[in-house]
Design a protein around this ligand. Structure first.
Ligand code: ZN
Length: 496
């Protein structure tokens, strides 16, 4: 058997394990009864162990290395697959096992230390652990890729091809153009009555509205489904099985609606990928940033537009006549786009959200380049909050300690959150050249948008890099100006 065939055969075998592990994961987060967890953990542990063995199996390593040594003879797609597999393999086999185990137990402890520190607003209790995580992270990177800055290697792991240089340009543009604009919007006079946002909305009726959204967005129910979980997420094994969740709170009706629309964006991406990638390492969405661009496109560009509510407000109002009887269309539009400076990232609105990410990126960058030590983080954090959003946390729990990411060793992850929104604005600009997108939303024809996304982005799975996709779909490389223009146009109309 030739190496290429063997490679795919071994990948498929690994995928069988991943498939069952993922199914167990889905079940745990949605329907599994309380007392099933101990037994399940044991079974999952065994399967995970088997999967790990396969992923570093000698034969697999031989095949990947042999193919990697003869890249010149491979077709472009196989070449991409092999490079991806080799990258993953190096990450596992080049880190000494004992150090990896030490790091895992550090992360376990870090979780608890961070939680306690956050609850007590006690940053000093966490900072030494954070410093250790950074030391490990840098050391690990040096084992498998030492020809680039460690932070660049991490950034690339979360968003292929992105570097500090790219992100610096992006955030510099935001700082120059968006920070002053955000301040103008925040100080604008706003007499809208937002009380309806916090009314109580019956959960069964919320479910009815959310279920209806599945059809509004033309999600294929024969290839997917929606359930409820504590934190909304999207899950998939193949385009023929894509599931997602939302959560319901009586006094936060729009939180469940936008969770559904957001996850539908992720889920539709996965559903529209060509099944030809199923047995390769090029299945699934190509990157976190591109994935988030799809969910943000759905959530913000479609779901928070006036035209979307023109179509969908009658249904919501008929379900909640009491809560919405004196709320007109413009109030809904304004309400779902309400801007406020907040201390907490996950509660931030579309306009102020990138400011929160900018702070995190700048701090991570300083930590990774050694421009600052962990000692100064609360001070830097609070300074930046004042500079970009005009507010200062009262304590570190609502400041530098608010996110789980650093304690989980995820350094380089944050900037992809802002990237998604910026990509979505650039895609939107390209889409508008092909057809009248607003008219499609107004005509309740989301299918037209889905078809364009499928043809230009979704069907390729991970066979194209984010940078290739942007260039091919929009005719230019990443350009944050579209994002800035989009936000300024939208929020000027709403507020100024
Ligand atoms: Zn998302």
């Amino acid at each position: 058997m030739d190496y290429k065939t063997k490679f795919h055969e071994l990948i498929k075998k690994q995928k069988a394990y991943i498939y069952m592990l993922q199914l167990a994961g889905w079940d745990s987060q949605t329907e599994a009864p309380r007392e099933s967890f101990a037994r399940r953990a044991e079974m999952v542990g065994m399967l995970s162990g088997e999967f790990f063995k396969l992923s570093i199996d000698k034969e697999y390593q031989e095949v990947v290395n042999a193919l990697n040594d003869s890249l010149g003879e491979l077709d472009d797609l196989t070449k991409r697959e092999v490079k991806k597999a080799k990258k993953q393999l190096d990450k596992i086999v080049k880190i000494p096992e004992n150090e990896f185990v030490e790091y895992q137990s550090l992360l376990q402890m870090a979780q608890q230390i961070w939680e306690d520190a956050k609850a007590k607003n006690d940053y000093p209790a966490f900072k030494d652990t954070l410093a250790e995580i950074i030391v490990y992270t840098k050391k690990f990177v040096s084992y498998y890729k030492n020809d680039d800055h460690p932070y660049n290697v991490l950034l690339d792991e979360f968003e292929e091809g992105m570097t500090m240089e790219d992100y610096d340009k992006f955030f510099d543009a935001l700082k120059k153009d968006l920070v002053p604009f955000v301040k103008t919007v925040l100080s604008a006079k706003d007499e809208t009555n937002y009380e309806f946002l916090d009314n109580k909305y019956d959960i069964e009726k919320q479910k009815e509205f959310c279920d209806n959204l599945i059809d509004v967005f033309h999600f294929n129910r024969d290839r997917g489904l929606m359930k409820k979980s504590v934190h909304p997420f999207t899950w998939n094994t193949s385009p023929t099985d894509v599931r997602f969740t939302t959560r319901y709170h009586e006094d936060m009706v729009f939180s469940s609606i936008y969770a559904v629309i957001h996850e539908l964006g992720h889920a539709t991406y996965e559903q529209q990928i060509d099944t030809m990638w199923d047995d390769t390492v090029l299945n699934g969405g190509t990157s976190m940033g591109i994935h988030e661009s799809q969910s943000r496109f759905y959530e913000n560009i479609i779901g928070r537009s006036l035209e979307f509510w023109e179509v969908n407000y009658p249904k919501l109002r008929s379900l909640f006549p009491e809560q919405l009887h004196d709320v007109n269309l413009n109030m809904i539009h304004k309400g779902v786009n309400k801007v406020a400076s907040s201390l907490i990232r996950v509660e931030a609105d579309e306009l102020t959200y990138p400011m929160h990410i900018m702070i995190r990126y700048e701090i991570e960058r300083m930590l990774m380049t050694g421009e600052t030590s962990v000692d100064n983080l609360p001070e830097i954090w609070n300074q930046k909050m004042v500079e970009y959003l005009g507010i200062k946390p009262n304590n570190d729990g609502e400041g530098v300690l608010q996110d789980v990411h650093w304690s989980a060793g995820m350094i380089g992850y944050f900037p992809t959150y802002a990237l998604g929104s910026a990509y979505s604005a650039q895609f939107y600009h390209a889409m508008k050249k092909d057809f009248d997108v607003v008219a499609a939303i107004k005509a309740n024809d989301i299918k037209k948008i889905n078809d364009w996304l499928k043809e230009k982005i979704h069907k390729y799975g991970s066979s194209k890099t984010p940078k290739e996709l942007l260039l091919e779909v929009t005719g230019e490389s990443f350009n944050p100006q579209y994002y800035i223009d989009y936000l300024k146009e939208k929020y000027s109309k709403l507020y100024l």
